[in-house]
Structure formats: C-alpha cells, structure tokens
Design a protein around this ligand. Structure first.
Ligand SMILES: Nc1ncnc2c1ncn2[C@@H]1O[C@H](COP(=O)(O)OP(=O)(O)OP(=O)(O)O)[C@@H](O)[C@H]1O
Ligand SMILES: [Mg+2]
Length: 280
C-alpha cells in the first residue's frame, strides 16, 4: 500500500448508537468548510448510515439548489464468501485500493465503522492516524472500554474493544513507526448536570489515563441532531432556513460551538494544506 500524506481519522466504538456516524460526517464537513479535500469511507455495510447521510445531503442540494461542500464518498462492502481467509484477503484488497486512490487526492480521510468487531473495522482502526471514540454519557456505555468498579468508579479490567485498539496501536507502531492518537469524546451529555454526568466524567478521565488516550471536549444532548440526518446536513452548514426548512436556533449555534471545540482538541495536523492556501 503506497504511503501518502492524507491524515486518516477513524471513528470507532463497538457500542452501537454512540454517535459514530454523526461524528464522522460532522468532522468531514467541518474540514470541507475549512477548504480541505476530504473523503469519507463507510465500512458499516449493515447500516450504511454514513452512506445514506451523504446521499441525503446530495438530495438536499439537488432539491433546494443550495450549494454545500461534498466529501468524496466510498462505501466498502463486507465480503460474504464461504472462506474467512478469502473474505479477509478480499477486504484487505478493496480497503488498500480505496486508500491508495484517495491518498493522492485528499488531505483527510474520515472512516465510519460499525458498532461491532469485524475485519474491515479492524483495518480501519489499524490505519488510523487519529481514532475518535464517541461514548454515550452513561456508565453502561463505558463498559465497552473497561469493567468499572461500581462503587469506586475505578477501571478494573480492559474490555475486548480496548484490547483491539491496543493491538492496532502496537501493530501500527511496528509496521510504520507511527502512533495512533486515540481520543475519547463524551456524547449526548445531559444538560441537567446530574450526578451520573460527573461520575461518567471522572471515570472517563481515569480510563483515559489507564488506556493511554486523550479526552476531548464533549457534545451535549440536543434534539437538533434528529433533524440533521434526513436532510444530510451538519451544524457546520450555513444557518439557512432554505436548507434546514426552519429558522436557525440557539441550539444549532451552541452545537456548532461544541463541535468546533471538539475538532480543536483533536489537534489535527495543520500541515495538510487547505485548497485556499494551495491556490495562493
Ligand atoms: N449529541 C447528540 N444529541 C442528540 N442526539 C444525538 C447526538 N449525537 C447523536 N445523536 C443521535 O443518536 C443516534 C445514534 O447516532 P449515530 O447513528 O451517529 O450512532 P452510531 O454510533 O453511528 O450508531 P451505530 O453503532 O448503530 O452505527 C442518532 O439518532 C443520532 O441522531
Ligand atoms: Mg453508525
């Protein structure tokens, strides 16, 4: 597989419904609005949420006539042959080919993964430069990272997903001497500031220390996210009633601010050159 300069951001968590697809499109669209060339890859064959999200975005552009930037989108299907070994070989082949062709023409590649373990998901983790793991703001959802002592909140034993990530990290280091920057993001944080929220925050901080990863600024629970998927929009798109069908709300503006802080805490490389700078 050819080495290139694209920075690969994988969004992963084996817990379903933690906000991976929503986060993947938001990161991609933020980077597009910054003038970067961005590709998105969906390796979640079962749900294809990111693929449908991008398709809805295209439909909105066609029906409203409003222009918004589009990522170059690729869906990589799971191989369903009888031989596991053959399936893995076929998946490595389509994954490598996709990366090879996108690396030459993009600054960032954002990969959305399914809420379960699988060969394509492992490849996506193994090639990540930045791994973003959204976690729903509940003690139950932390279980995917580690078993936690119910009384002290202390992590007792790492979970299969964390072990997969640690394996991907050490393989990456051996293969090309690069580290995967693993960042946890609390998602759907309750606005009520409950006891649960501060317990989750404490445990996430301790987990991060134990797992050698970072914690980014989180995203609050907001109803606006429900209305974004059907029209393929994100909080980074222009606050235009023609696009959104309704007048912009404060919730939209606040969500945008939170996502901006999230991207800032990812410390993505500034070396990739936005289109505006390239043209100069
Ligand atoms: N900050 C938020 N506030 C409110 N709802 C949210 C927020 N983030 C995501 N959601 C909603 O949570 C649901 C799950 O989000 P999403 O599909 O992005 O998760 P996922 O991790 O990709 O799920 P899966 O594991 O099934 O692929 C969606 O209905 C989405 O709109
Ligand atoms: Mg998803």
């Amino acid at each position: 597989m050819a080495l290139g300069s694209s920075h690969i951001i994988t969004v992963g968590n084996e817990k379903g419904g933690s906000g991976k697809s929503t986060t993947a499109l938001h990161l991609a669209v933020y980077l597009l609005h910054q003038g970067y060339r961005v590709a998105t890859i969906d390796v979640d064959s079962r749900q294809q949420t990111l693929t449908r999200y991008v398709r809805n975005r295209r439909t909105t552009v066609e029906t409203t006539g409003h222009q918004v930037p589009m990522p170059k989108h690729v869906h990589l299907p799971t191989a369903w042959g009888d031989s596991i070994r053959e399936n893995q070989r076929a998946e490595l082949d389509i994954f490598s080919k996709a990366l090879d062709s996108l690396r030459g023409e993009t600054d960032f590649i954002v990969i959305d993964t399914p809420g379960f373990d699988g060969n394509l998901a492992r490849l996506a983790h193994g090639f990540a430069d930045t791994l973003v793991t959204p976690i729903n703001d509940s003690m139950i959802d932390l279980d995917v990272l580690a078993k936690v002592d119910p009384v002290s909140g202390e992590p007792i034993e790492t979970s299969p997903y964390s072990r997969n990530v640690q394996r991907a990290r050490s393989e990456r280091l051996t293969r090309d001497g690069k580290a995967i920057d693993w960042v946890l993001v609390r998602n759907r944080i309750s606005n009520l500031g409950s006891r649960n929220a501060s317990q989750v925050q404490n445990t996430v901080d301790r987990l991060a220390e134990r797992l050698g990863c970072r914690v980014a600024d989180g995203i609050a629970e907001r109803v606006i996210f429900r209305s974004l998927f059907p029209i393929g929009m994100t909080v980074f798109d222009p606050l235009d009633a023609g696009l959104f069908g309704t007048a912009p709300s404060m919730s939209h503006v606040n969500a945008r601010q939170e996502y901006r802080s999230l991207v800032a805490s990812l410390s993505l490389p500034a070396s990739a050159t936005p289109a505006a700078a390239r043209a100069a």
